[in-house]
Design a protein around this ligand. Sequence first.
Ligand code: SAM
Length: 329
Amino acid sequence: MLRDSFGRVATDLRVSLTDKCNLRCAYCMPPEGLEWLPNAQLLTADEVVRLVTIGVERLGITEVRYTGGEPLLRRELVDIVGRTTALGPGPQVSLTTNGIGLAKLAGPLAEAGLDRVNVSLDTLDREVFKRLAHRDRFGDVIAGLAAAEEAGLRPVKVNTVLMRGVNDHEAVSLLRWCLERGYELRFIEQMPLDAQHGWTREGMVTADEILASLSASFELTPDDLEERGSAPAERFLVDGGPARVGVIGSVTRPFCGSCDRVRLTADGQIRNCLFATEESDLKTALRAGASDDELAERWISAVSRKRAGHGIDDPSFLQPSRPMSAIGG
Ligand code: SAM
């Protein structure tokens, strides 16, 4: 098992399939993009599947989420998903995506056994989308969401990051829009993980602010205080339920004490936390011929060193050198 020194057990593996993205969301990367990882450094599909298999078959991973960058840009995605869902213990397999291209791929992904998707959508206004994401792709995202629902990748979850003065006036309309379509909306507090290092505490729209804004239009009742477990989202029934909304207060309401996540980057590094400043290199060992046992040992050791918390409030906090897009959100 992947147990750390505080007794937490990692069972939820986030795998980044590429650091490239076709959007440039302002809270994530600069409009000109970033210097992408060279292809030779990316794990091949076979390497990804080998490491995921070790995680699932030997180390107790029960959930695998493919992310990025933008995972739909990875040509072998359907194949990778199919080989993951075919693994013996049958992990839950999901995808976090910006939805561009999902209109075509939702069906094949569902056929490959994908359980569900989280689609990022920060606004319902095409002009705001262009300003925030620096690309005119609003229509593709909406089409991708509809295709996911149609393909049965349910519950379709929508991830929203609110930015002050940009889209923070849209919390209520986004929730209403999602409720009408049966999508489950989750607001995520903006974290200091942008490549530009532009995050400020004052600029962040907090969970308290989001809940205050929603509460002016909806009756919100805490849904799962008893059974939240390791889920990052605090969930609320909307107007008595059954529809729900989630708020992920990563910064102001950290949930590190119950974290069960571990990450594998597109270039084969294990990260035991989004905010980790150390990584453990599985790719070099794998390419040097390490056995499954040796790779598993390295992975166990990487998780054992996980810190108690992300430490954003600590005066010594240092933003990790990799941005969110290169870690895998
Ligand atoms: N490209 C995919 C997408 O858009 O969902 C997957 C990768 S993206 C890094 C995963 C999630 O991280 C998205 O929901 C995105 O909104 C969120 N995200 C990116 N940068 C963030 C930040 N600085 N703070 C909070 N969430 C962030």
